[in-house]
Design a protein around this ligand. Structure first.
Ligand SMILES: C[S@@+](CC[C@H](N)C(=O)[O-])C[C@H]1O[C@@H](n2cnc3c(N)ncnc32)[C@H](O)[C@@H]1O
Length: 294
């Protein structure tokens, strides 16, 4: 499969390179321990570079057309990358909601015939499946790295929380920073649709973002003076806020998430890392922070 890219060092490549490095380090360490360890790709895609098309995913309602074009054109396969990592994982779980993408993903079993029995393919919504797995699986002797790589704001905080609660999963999360959250944060809080507020609540698992990202100002017109709640934030503040939220539930969180920008230098995503295992977190964070350095 060719992995051609329109320009060097694009953000998809950056993202996958970092995750790949971690998977290699993780598999090497876990291979020497007694745990069974899995790679879980919750937004697995097709396994290879995406088709060039401008189709809008029904769940990414806030995108500008240009961003979508870039996403569709330059994504490449995290699933295939994971399957090629050595040493091997004990299990590979690929979740993909789109029937069309899933049909492509199924071909991985053919391509990686020697790992066929280790590969589980699931054609469903990642949020509900992950919550069920995290809550109902016995994690005592099992560990996993989980990659959440959504296009936009598809991951609910409930899912992140279930992952943290296992105390057994290391998480790479492509947080929809510029592409989702910052666009929903309207200048004037009073004009924000209720559905946007609800979406931000579900991404952050709290409504504390209002206090963190808005402040009150006094506006005086010719005839009156009114108090307005206006946006008072930047990428730095949003980044700190999501890291703080992750820290509230995970054993460790990388303090240097990676800001990924598109070709026009607009911030799109923030690649975050968090580790759930109280015993393993220190090492995991050290490795991830190193990988996340520019
Ligand atoms: C950014 S792409 C993933 C790219 C992939 N990680 C790769 O490197 O090739 C996001 C994928 O998530 C899928 N998707 C969107 N919403 C989903 C959901 N709720 N549950 C599972 N998959 C979903 C999309 O169909 C798309 O294939």
């Amino acid at each position: 499969m060719t992995e051609t890219h329109g320009f060097g060092g694009n953000w998809t490549e950056e993202k996958l390179k970092r995750v790949e490095k971690y998977l290699k380090a993780y598999a090497t360490i876990m291979n020497k321990q007694n745990f069974r360890f899995a790679y879980i790709d919750a937004f697995a895609g097709t396994g290879y570079i995406e088709e060039k098309k401008n189709k809008t995913d029904d769940q990414i309602f806030m995108f500008q057309q240009n961003d979508i074009k870039e996403i569709e054109t330059y994504s490449k396969g995290s699933a295939r990358i994971a399957l090629e990592i050595k040493p091997e994982f004990d299990k590979y779980i690929f979740i993909e909601k789109s029937r069309k993408h899933f049909t492509e993903l199924l071909k991985l079993k053919e391509e990686f015939k020697n790992k066929e029995k280790k590969i589980d393919l699931i054609n469903t919504d990642a949020n509900s499946w992950i919550i069920d797995l995290c809550n109902n699986y016995k994690w005592q002797y099992n560990r996993a790295v989980l990659f959440l790589d959504p296009y936009g704001m598809q991951v609910n905080w409930e899912t992140i929380k279930a992952i943290a609660n296992t105390e057994a999963i290391d998480l790479w999360y492509l947080f929809p920073f510029g592409i989702g959250v910052n666009r929903l944060l309207q200048k004037d809080a009073g004009k924000m649709p209720a559905s946007w507020e609800a979406k931000l609540d579900s991404i952050f698992g709290t409504n504390e973002w209002k206090e963190a990202f808005y402040s009150e100002t006094q506006e005086t017109t010719l005839f009156a003076s009114e108090t307005k709640t206006v946006k008072d934030t930047d990428f730095n503040k949003i980044s700190k806020f999501i890291v703080k939220r992750l820290k509230s539930i995970f054993a460790g969180v990388a303090k240097n998430p990676l800001l990924l920008r598109n070709s026009k230098n607009n911030p799109l995503y923030l690649l975050c890392f968090a580790s759930g295992s109280p015993r393993g977190a220190k090492t995991a964070i050290k490795i991830a922070q190193d990988i996340l350095k520019r």
